[in-house]
Design a binder for this molecule. Structure first.
Ligand code: PNS
Length: 162
């Protein structure tokens, strides 16, 4: 059985993330989506909120399981016995970031590997940061995040402005 691990901050989950999860789930038997923390980032949503949103969005896929962790990526990777990590890339700068992250993870765990999926053209400009910027100024985010979380994300972003 092949299992892949798709980790990320998902603050919040975007249509781009959903497309990567959907495609990754087609090339393995089991896809784990791990909602994690990046020590360089300040989050708008708590880890539990991000896990809850990812579960709402991905419940239609029977071979996807969502989990949350405040630990190291390689630890989940080892514990779950995954074959590789999956990450979506939108640009050359994403590629550089992924290459650095995979080198660091491979130093921690030599069996670590990554599959990079280029994102869909029409989703290449969407990021969680853009969603937050547009939403905070009252713009329409419905083309950027999955329908299930539009209201929830809008509520948080607009409150953050007061
Ligand atoms: O969506 P992001 O912010 O690009 O995801 C980055 C994430 C959360 C996958 C990365 O920061 C991570 O793996 N965090 C867990 C802690 C860890 O293992 N850090 C070492 C990575 S070199």
């Amino acid at each position: 059985m092949t299992s892949l691990l798709f980790p990320g901050s998902f603050d919040p989950f975007t249509r781009g993330h959903k497309d990567i999860a959907r495609r990754a789930a087609r090339i393995c038997d089991k896809l784990y989506v791990a909602v994690m923390n990046n020590s360089k980032k300040d989050y708008t949503f708590t880890l539990d909120e991000r896990v809850m949103m990812a579960k709402m969005i991905l419940e239609e896929y029977p071979n996807i399981e969502v989990l949350g962790s405040d630990g190291l990526l390689v630890d989940i990777y080892k514990n779950l016995g995954c074959n590789a990590v999956v990450r979506g890339i939108r640009s050359e700068s994403d590629f550089r970031y992924e290459a650095e992250m995979s080198m660091a993870n491979r130093m921690l765990h030599p069996e670590y590997d990554v599959v990079l999926l280029p994102c869909r053209d029409d989703l290449s400009l969407i990021s969680s940061s853009i969603v937050k910027e547009v939403g905070r100024y009252g713009g329409d985010i419905s083309a950027m995040v999955p329908t299930q979380i539009v209201e929830l994300v809008n509520d948080r972003l607009r409150k953050g402005r007061n």
